[in-house]
Design a protein around this ligand. Structure first.
Ligand code: GAF
Length: 428
């Protein structure tokens, strides 16, 4: 059983990132930047329906060290030799963007690549690199700035493929690094929208806005109550320690992919359903709207979205009530939040049909072991679930979920606690 009572994993230091960068590229970086992954507490598949979400930025992040190659440099190892990767092609003048990650391929080589802003074509770069390239492409389209002549070194403590938004965090980390170095002057809202367009138009995943917003806009110790229609937001105190609570992430180890999964199909059904009502998005529908004219499939999807928006609002109200008062209803409100998480899972499993057997087993096992609430998170079809528990239940709930996975013959899940960390920023 791998549940950790600590919420922290060893994060790299700015000095470490600078040393690695210098060893790779032969000169000192300008600085480093950090963008966290996210856990959405509640509000799933509501973002692209312009509804409500309530994510936290987690205490795991993507780190980017960035340097600007000196004018005309092939100097030193600046342009033509990235030490230790073996896969970087000779660059074209000073326009290339070179990226090296500490993640390694099957042969033990660090992942690396390079491209120039002027030559970017969607679908031609490996998945991880396309997230960075999409940002560069969108910067050119949005601001007219052609980014080039820079090197980036990347490390990450966000597990890849666990549904914790490692790829969105990469986009955000690259964007805030380039924003500072090229003096783009983008505000938070522009950063959120730019990274979303990079994801939609360049990477080709029709995702919403919650993950980028969580990484960019969230304050430490808070969840972000975001209205996805106009990006207005409220920071909601979310101090698990003070409440004697923990939020466990249960990584099912079932891989998921938004561009290939049923994610796009769900989104399309929602848009078609909204059109049938003559509204721009499902957000515009009243909670008690008559759904009888819809097909069975449309009815289920719309029912989820309407109910999930209401659950987000109810969760926010409970959290704010708890913040305001320490009276006797406190524990009841925490239990009510747990119930809302379970209701969200049921709705995602049965109405939205995006869960999978592993996440259903995780939720059942966590609840059976006394969790206050549990649910799948993210797009679904794999990835992670969460369990809201009392601080002293970490081992018990972790062991119960691990045992249930073993009984079903599933891969051993990775289970760890997270807390509400700070949003993306310069790291040194
Ligand atoms: C994924 C997407 F990237 C988000 O935009 C959101 O739609 C989520 O699935 C479901 O709530 O994480």
């Amino acid at each position: 059983m791998s549940a950790e009572t600590s919420t922290t994993v060893a994060a790299p230091t700015p000095d470490h990132l600078a040393e690695e960068f210098e060893a790779l590229f032969g000169y000192r970086p300008l600085g480093s930047f950090r963008a966290p992954g996210r856990v959405n507490v509640i509000g799933e598949h509501t973002d692209y329906n312009l509804g409500f979400v309530l994510p936290i930025a987690i205490d795991r992040a993507v780190y980017v060290a960035i340097g600007q190659r000196p004018e005309g440099s092939s100097e030193g190892r600046g342009e033509d030799d990235v030490v230790g990767t073996g896969t970087v092609e000779p660059p074209r003048g000073g326009e290339s963007i070179r990226i090296v990650s500490d993640h390694r391929d099957e042969t033990g080589q660090r992942l690396s690549g390079q491209f120039t802003a002027a030559e970017l074509v969607p679908g031609t770069l490996p998945g991880w690199l396309s997230h960075a390239a999409g940002v560069v492409d969108e910067i050119a389209k949005t601001t007219g700035t052609i980014v080039g002549g820079v090197d980036l070194y990347i490390e990450s403590t966000v597990p890849v493929g666990a549904g914790l938004s490692s790829s969105h965090a990469l986009e955000v980390a690259v964007l805030i690094a380039l924003d500072e170095v090229f003096d783009l002057g983008l505000d938070d809202r522009e950063k959120v929208l730019l990274t979303q367009r990079a994801e939609n138009d360049f990477v080709g995943a029709p995702t919403g806005i919650v993950d980028q917003a969580a990484s960019i806009m969230t304050e430490a110790g808070h969840a972000l109550f975001l209205d996805c229609r106009d990006l207005s937001a409220r920071q909601i105190p979310f101090d698990l320690d003070a409440e004697g609570l923990r939020l466990l992430v249960i990584d099912s180890k079932v891989s998921h992919s938004h561009s290939e999964s049923g994610y796009g199909a769900r989104r399309k059904t929602c848009e078609e359903s909204a059109a049938l009502f003559g509204v721009d998005s499902l957000r515009e529908l009243a909670d008690d709207v008559d759904l009888s004219e819809l097909t069975e499939e449309q009815r289920k999807r719309v029912r989820h979205v309407i109910a999930e928006n209401a659950r987000v609002r109810a969760t926010v109200e409970l959290l704010e009530d708890n913040e305001r008062s320490t009276g006797g209803d406190h524990d009841a409100r925490i239990r009510a939040i747990g119930d809302l998480l379970v209701a969200s899972h049921e709705s995602l499993a049965h109405d939205y049909e995006v869960s999978c057997v592993e996440l259903d087993v995780a939720v059942t096992a966590a609840m059976g072991a006394g969790a206050l609430g549990a649910r799948m998170i993210g797009g679904g079809f794999g990835g992670s679930g969460i369990a809201l528990i009392h601080a002293d239940q970490v081992d018990e709930v972790g062991a119960a979920v691990t045992a249930a996975f073993a009984e079903h013959g599933f891969r051993e899940p990775d289970i760890f606690a997270v807390s509400a960390g700070r949003g993306a920023a310069r790291f040194d």
